[in-house]
Design a protein around this ligand. Structure first.
Ligand code: DHB
Ligand code: MG
Length: 219
């Protein structure tokens, strides 16, 4: 499978299954215009998050890593009218882009953006727990800290989705000792060893290249 072949398949799948959406397109365009990195989830991944939220009838969603709000829109559309998404963003410039895009998408009232680093904001969320779904998509070095909070702020049955667990295959390269890959491995080992979780992971090949997600249940 060539990179061009993978892109063609992704293009086909998105064209076949993901409806065109002005608010999502505008969120990506504004994020690019503001100079944010091009690292939001692919459309297929965004819709997966949306469908997972609906499948488990999530009413409270926690997202760690808002970026420009693209995945946040997908998640917010997956919770009922009185549902809530709390999303944590360390960069206030990103949060401002996300706020505008969420409002334009018509989901602003469902979403609370908490500005600050995850390690500082997460302890303040105990009053909003338990969350039904937690999406972790922030600095990979902090994956174990975020997983610990996902378990603490969850309940038995909470679904945890951890983004970027393959990193172009580097997770399985014993010569890769970067802090990001170490953080990814530490997260996966925690999902194996910590009795609060039961987990699996899938490789993905989409518009954002070769990566993967871990799915865990809080038990
Ligand atoms: C990076 C982070 C992400 O969350 C992602 O989905 C892709 C890349 C990164 O930091 O490189
Ligand atoms: Mg990611």
């Amino acid at each position: 499978l060539t990179p061009a072949g993978a892109r063609a398949v992704d293009h086909y799948l998105v064209g076949t299954l993901i409806a065109h959406d002005d608010a999502l397109d505008a969120a990506v365009a504004d994020q690019r215009a503001a100079g944010l990195p091009d690292i939001e989830v692919a459309p297929t991944g965004g819709k997966l998050l949306h469908l997972l939220a609906r499948a488990i009838v999530a009413r409270r969603v926690l997202e760690i890593g808002t970026l420009g709000g693209y995945s946040t829109i997908w998640l917010a559309r997956g919770v009922p009218g009185d549902g809530r998404v709390v999303t944590i963003e360390a960069e206030s410039a990103n949060a401002a882009v996300a706020r505008a895009s969420l409002d334009r998408a018509g989901v602003g009232e469902k979403v609370e953006i908490r500005e600050g680093r995850g390690e500082d904001v997460l302890p303040s969320l105990e009053g909003e727990a338990p969350f039904d779904l937690v999406f972790i998509d922030a600095d990979k070095e902090s994956n174990t800290l975020y997983l610990d909070w996902a378990a603490r702020l969850g309940r038995p049955g909470t679904l945890v989705v951890l983004d970027n667990v393959v990193r172009g295959g580097r997770v399985a390269d014993p010569l890769d000792e970067t802090a990001q890959v170490a953080g990814v491995r530490a997260g996966l080992e925690m999902l194996r060893d910590d009795p609060r979780f039961d987990a699996t992971a899938l490789q993905t090949l989409d518009a954002k290249g070769w990566d993967g997600i871990a799915l865990a249940l809080v038990v």
